[in-house]
Design a protein around this ligand. Structure first.
Ligand SMILES: Nc1ncnc2c1ncn2[C@@H]1O[C@H](COP(=O)(O)OP(=O)(O)O)[C@@H](O)[C@H]1O
Ligand SMILES: Cc1ncc(COP(=O)(O)OP(=O)(O)O)c(N)n1
Length: 509
């Protein structure tokens, strides 16, 4: 046996250094919200949800709930100074998030402390007025707050706060908001996060803005949908403290925003499950933990799949396949593309088998891979030999297979499984519904697609689908938070391709 040479363990090329700490020590300097949705309570949840060690120095106490703020008490500033000194004299601080400051006296103490301690990451959320309309910073403290801006790496104003900092009217659209963000960033020489929360419309984008070349371009926009919920209490607090935490780990603002934004979106989506208060409720900071119970991630994926499934059932292709009115050319196109797809899919299942952590899973995916090739040749032998189908790989088939192959080349086992799953799951659901409708209508042998519709009653495929869901759910439990975000992205992308695949015959046959 030839001697094996091992690289020296002290070499940094063996263990590439992470940009920062795995468990960053993050201090929130902010006010208290006893209802737990905003302020230090939200910050500590966000920091923990992103794997940080959370600390809190309290600037002010509020009496508030989901309906609004009924009182504010700012304790003597000397006591804030003592809190800050107690922390920084003992503990190394990787990142600071600053939220509600209350008045100019508090701002002065925080500024002096920041100048002394100079933490590596400083995120300033210039909280002025709560969504409920209640003031959280005295009107006279505006100038003092501006004096704090140069000490922050990232400023995260909402649109009314952005306007107030510039002394301008509030931006009425996204383009004006970005323009204001650029001017604020240029004036203070730092990065501004422009947030779309206060605009209307179906989209809710955020953008990092820096005009001094720190980012890959002056404006880096991260798109996102607007979630239809009134539970947005504390989104600004949660976002800024999550960004401070992730930035201390990654050292890259864009990567940090791209990691935090999907988390916040899911936190908004799952907020209704918390049932906290009758007004603007809090977001669910720990939604990912709840989805880590067996079946939990599958339930999250299912929620992503339902809208696509509804679209699929509405498609002409499905409706006409069910009624028997589907043109033969469309059916032939579908079968031909299915055969091409199955060949690519077989390779991706083989890759899942190669990555599988257990023999049971390795065998399952290897058998699935083999079955794809068998079904492909069955399609050619029995279904396509007597039909004319326009040849070549269609655009949707190509895009879908490319997505699967790209995921299988670079993704972890969990991410590959998430990309694979919609083909099992959505196909099984669509097939079950089509078969049930066929049987309900009398399962007539005169139906032009009777033979095909009967194939949907395959219990073996239904059982394989259940196993594929179980393995994907288990892989999610073992996966990291970042992998789970990638899993949801890969899963959603494949779901969209499933819809496009059923719609392709209408467009390309
Ligand atoms: N309904 C919503 N759907 C999706 N994202 C939202 C929604 N409301 C707020 N956000 C997001 O929450 C974060 C805080 O935004 P915003 O509401 O503008 O700030 P603040 O909470 O400071 O008033 C941003 O990332 C924004 O995009
Ligand atoms: C104690 C405290 N700090 C900050 C806020 C404001 O929270 P924010 O995340 O900006 O969002 P809304 O709660 O205003 O929607 C607060 N309410 N309390």
């Amino acid at each position: 046996m030839p001697a094996l040479s091992y690289p020296s363990l002290s070499s940094s090329s063996v263990y590439p250094l992470a940009a920062g700490r795995d468990a960053p020590r993050v201090l929130s300097i902010a006010g208290s919200d006893p209802s737990g949705g905003a302020g230090i309570q939200a910050d500590l949840k966000s920091i923990s949800a992103h794997g940080g060690y959370g600390m809190a120095a309290i600037t002010a106490l509020t009496a508030q709930n989901t309906l609004g703020v009924s009182a504010v008490h700012v304790p003597p500033v000397e006591f804030l100074r003592q809190q800050l000194n107690a922390i920084s004299s003992d503990i190394a601080i990787d990142a600071v998030k600053i939220g509600m400051l209350g008045d100019a006296g508090v701002i002065l103490v925080v500024r002096e402390w920041l100048e002394e301690v100079r933490p590596a990451v400083v995120v300033l959320d210039p909280v002025m007025v709560a969504t409920s309309g209640d003031r959280l910073l005295t009107e006279s403290a505006g100038e003092a707050l501006r004096s704090l801006l140069p000490l922050a790496d990232l400023i995260t104003p909402n649109l009314p706060e952005l306007a107030m900092l510039l002394g301008e009217p509030e931006a009425a659209d996204w383009a004006s908001a970005l323009d204001q963000g650029k001017r604020l960033a240029a004036e203070y020489g730092n990065t501004v996060l422009v947030k779309g929360g206060h605009l209307a419309g179906s989209e809710c984008p955020d953008a990092l803005v820096n005009t001094s070349g720190l980012l890959r371009q002056d404006v880096v926009e991260v798109a996102g949908p607007r979630i239809a919920t009134k539970n947005s209490h504390g989104t600004g607090c949660s976002l800024s403290s999550a960004l401070a935490t992730v930035q201390a780990r990654t050292g890259d603002w864009e990567a940090s925003l791209r990691e935090v934004k999907p988390w916040l979106l899911q936190a908004l989506v799952d907020s209704s499950k918390l049932e906290v208060g009758s007004g603007n409720g809090p977001v669910d900071h720990f939604h990912h933990q709840r989805s880590l119970r067996p079946g939990g991630f599958a339930a999250t994926m299912w929620k992503e799949a339902v809208p696509e499934l509804e679209k699929i059932h509405e498609l002409d292709f499905i409706q006409e396949l069910q009624s028997g009115q589907l043109p033969e050319s469309a059916f032939s196109y579908y079968l031909a593309q299915d055969a091409i797809y199955l060949n690519g899919y077989s390779r991706v299942l083989a890759r899942a088998g190669a990555l599988a952590p257990t023999e049971e899973e390795q065998l399952f995916w290897a058998m699935g891979s083999r079955q794809c090739l068998e079904v492909e040749s069955e399609l050619h032998r029995n279904w396509l030999s007597t039909r004319e189908a326009s040849g070549g790989t269609g655009p949707v088939t190509k895009a879908y297979v490319d997505h699967l192959l790209a995921t299988s080349a670079s993704g972890s086992y969990a991410v590959v499984l998430a990309a694979i799953l919609p083909c099992y799951w959505l196909y099984a659901e669509v097939g079950q519904k089509l078969h049930a409708a066929f049987v309900d209508a009398g399962a007539s042998t005169d139906h032009p697609y009777a033979e095909w519709l009967r194939t949907y009653a395959d219990e073996e495929f239904a059982s394989a689908t259940r196993a594929a869901i179980k393995f994907t759910d288990a892989a999610a439990i073992a996966a990291s938070g970042r992998e789970r975000v990638e899993m949801l992205q890969a899963f959603s992308q494949s779901c969209r391709y499933e819809t496009a695949f059923f719609d392709a015959p209408r467009l390309y046959a």
